[in-house]
Design a protein around this ligand. Structure first.
Ligand code: AMP
Length: 284
């Protein structure tokens, strides 16, 4: 595995490696790796000659500065984990490399409705930050295939929209990989390591509440089942941002389900300052 720290160096290396038009697969991460991240690399390995991964804890996407400060960093372990699953090139830029002009007064991306609901509503500015870093990373790596996790359902939609906005739609295919879960159902997340032992046990309720919706949603009003799922979380001491059912393709919130429309249940809630998100597609 080659480790690159500078955008220019990575760019030149990929240009050289891509001489035979080999496909490049790209897996962007913020490090603190777990098996969910690695599953993206495994998927990328199957479909590409060269797999590039990145580790960059992006300051512009944290709407809570404390969350940024506390974001787990396990770089040495991450390098070994990426190497272990066959990552070819690991890009680890610095903040100055990605944001040479600083992190203020940067581009604004018109994400429309997507930025007004769910994560967009509860984490103002978050998706602008995601777009800022992804636009830079995609322009440096210029992958043929991009690998993202369904765990961050709305983020996948935002990045697809970004790729359209920056004119790379014909060049980059977005591949969305299933959410990897712990044995008890908790979606794997770098933030799980910050859960206190008692909270780690309670944290499974978020996937249980979503599963409850998935298994019991009937055509008609959605309020009652959402309230029941919220109650499950409240009883375990969660502070809820949202539990919603939305159109799986547009994220329009569904108050009345016709029983046919493809929908997804999404939740975000805190356990002692650790914010967890998860989602389940109801009818595939
Ligand atoms: P992050 O390091 O949290 O920015 O995540 C990097 C990528 O890994 C994103 O595309 C995430 O959606 C994906 N990811 C995070 N958790 C999981 C998981 N449990 N299963 C599959 N993919 C995941």
């Amino acid at each position: 595995m080659i480790i690159c720290k500078k955008p220019r160096g990575l760019h030149d290396l990929l240009e050289k490696k891509n001489i035979g038009q080999h496909e490049i697969g790209f897996v962007p991460t913020m490090g603190a790796l777990h098996a969910g991240h690695l599953s993206l690399v495994v998927a990328a390995k199957k479909e590409n000659r060269i797999v590039v991964c990145s580790i960059f804890v992006n300051p512009t996407q944290f709407n809570d500065p404390l969350d940024f400060k506390k974001y787990p960093i396990t770089l040495e372990k991450d390098i070994l984990m990426f190497e272990g699953v066959g990552c070819d090139v690991l890009f680890i830029p610095s903040v100055e490399d990605i944001y040479p002009k600083g992190t203020n007064n940067l581009e604004h991306y018109d994400l429309g409705f997507l930025e007004t609901v769910l994560e967009g509503k509860f984490r103002p500015g978050h998706f602008q930050g995601v777009c800022l870093v992804m636009a830079r990373l995609l322009e440096i790596v210029l992958p043929n295939n991009l690998y993202l996790g369904q765990k961050d359902y709305q983020q996948c939609m935002v990045i697809k929209k970004l790729i359209e906005l920056i004119g790379l739609k014909d060049k980059i295919k977005v591949n969305i990989c299933p959410t990897l879960r712990e044995e008890d159902g908790l979606a794997m997340s770098s933030r799980n390591t910050r859960l206190l032992p008692d909270d780690r046990i309670k944290a499974t309720t978020i996937s249980k509440a979503l599963r409850y919706i998935k298994e019991n949603l009937k055509a008609g009003e959605t309020k009652k089942i959402k309230d029941e799922a919220k109650e499950m979380l409240l009883q375990k001491g969660f502070l809820i941002d949202y539990v919603e059912i939305a159109n799986a393709d547009t994220l329009e919130l569904i108050e009345n389900w016709n029983g046919k429309e493809k929908v997804v249940a999404l939740a975000a809630a805190f356990l002692n300052n650790v914010r967890l998100i998860d989602n389940m597609v109801i009818n595939t």
